[in-house]
Design a protein around this ligand. Structure first.
Ligand SMILES: [Zn+2]
Length: 407
């Protein structure tokens, strides 16, 4: 049966985004809402109140994750929408919170139209996605998916020495392990792109089919320190010059590999870092991301193929870590794509280069993500912005995806 096309309420959506931004709003219109702080707790209380007003039941699990559920006429695994209410320090008013607000707006739209869903619809808030107060990021979804050990996570401390466990208990959001989500018809996370691609290509929707895999190596170059004035150039073992040669070589080789490969040498330490002393050691990282594991293997081949010596210096490679590409559920991705098409919004299928709760959730729930554009690709900063009408389009796609899954 062909259903009447529904649209969310854009004005209400905008007002809700701005209301949530008040919980930790910064002087430059950004947000500081670190996990389980007073600001986060205020946002949680408000989220709970909004959901209860709609007749939803709110539960909390032992990691502080919140589940607001609109009952279905049948008892079946819920359709879950969600993301995170926490932010980084001086972050934006869209990252994470938009995914929670989107879920809320979808339920409000269902209620507006008197739609009683066949199966339950749940809106989720994941605790501590950012890892800005307690490392690591995606902490709670990591525990839910079995990637992280709960007791280790509870003992993580913030900069003031407060443990996650203490902060969770103080927040009033320490719930029951029995409330953890174990099954769902789908998990849908709407998020800002946090990159420039959609805006640059004048697209409104990203149908996200995977979170890219990555690999990170540390390269250590060991030379010899000596006097900067008395040692002739030909008799030096300068670790920094050897390292910069390697960096230039790697940049060329990795750059030639694949157009979609992104790589970063984000950390470089020079020892002893004194202007009158020839550097005896340089340590730098090479991190690369691509959805295709073959390309990642090529990256590793290049790194492992580096010479053992260069410019009289020893070169050592250490693999720090890697992560495989997480592919989302093809049928849920297909439902998102069909929803974008049904509104005629310009969209593309794309990979997420950033990590999200959905990548952990995908290991035990059929999942997909929806991206909306980020102005200038900026995120994790006060300038982070997505035009409200673009947010609205994204939430329409989320709504239509939920309706199609409800059948
Ligand atoms: Zn986020």
């Amino acid at each position: 049966m062909q259903k009447q096309k529904l649209y969310v309420n854009g004005e209400r959506l905008k007002a809700t985004i701005e209301t949530f931004a008040d919980f930790g709003r910064t002087a430059n219109n950004g947000v500081t809402r670190l996990s389980l702080t007073e600001e986060d707790v205020k946002a949680r209380h408000y989220f709970r109140a909004c959901c209860e007003e709609l007749g939803m039941t709110v539960k909390v699990d032992d990691m502080g994750n919140m589940y607001a559920t609109l009952a279905g006429t049948e008892n079946a695994p819920p359709i879950v929408m969600g993301s995170h209410l926490d932010s980084v320090k001086k972050g934006g008013r869209f990252d994470g919170v938009l995914g929670v607000i989107s879920g809320l707006e979808v339920v409000r739209t269902l209620v507006d139209h008197g739609i009683k869903p066949r199966i339950p619809v749940t809106v989720m808030n994941f605790t501590n996605e950012e890892g800005a107060r307690f490392e690591p990021s995606m902490m709670a979804s990591g525990v839910l998916s079995g990637k992280f050990d709960k007791s280790v996570m509870l003992s993580k401390r913030d900069a003031d020495g407060v443990t996650f466990d203490e902060a969770l208990n103080a927040s009033g959001y320490a719930g029951e392990a029995g409330n953890r989500i174990k099954e769902a018809t789908a998990y849908l996370e709407l998020h800002i792109e946090q990159g420039p691609v959609l805006e640059k290509e004048q697209l409104k929707i990203g149908v996200v089919d995977c979170v890219v895999g990555m690999v990170c190596y540390e390269i250590e170059v060991t030379g010899q320190s000596n006097h900067a004035g008395t040692t002739p150039m030909g008799l030096r073992k300068d670790a920094l010059f050897a390292a910069t040669d390697l960096i230039a070589e790697l940049r060329g080789k990795l750059g030639d590999l694949d157009g979609e490969l992104v790589f970063t040498m984000g950390r470089l330490n020079v020892y002893p870092n004194i202007h009158t002393v020839i550097p005896n050691k340089v340590v730098f990282t090479v991190e690369a991301r691509h959805k295709n594991e073959d390309v990642i293997r090529e990256v590793e081949k290049i790194l492992l193929g580096l010479p053992g010596q260069q410019g009289g210096c020893e070169i050592k490679r250490t693999k720090l870590w890697s992560r495989d590409t997480v592919w989302f559920d093809p049928s849920i991705v297909g439902a998102v794509e069909a929803a974008a098409q049904s509104y005629g919004y310009p969209y593309k299928k794309m990979a997420s280069g950033a990590g999200h709760d959905a990548q952990f959730v995908a290991s035990f729930l059929p999942s997909a993500m929806i991206f909306v554009p980020s102005v200038n690709g900026q995120s994790h900063c006060e300038e982070e912005f997505t035009p409200y009408e673009d947010c609205e389009k994204g939430v329409n796609v989320l709504l239509e995806t939920v309706l199609s899954l409800l059948g």
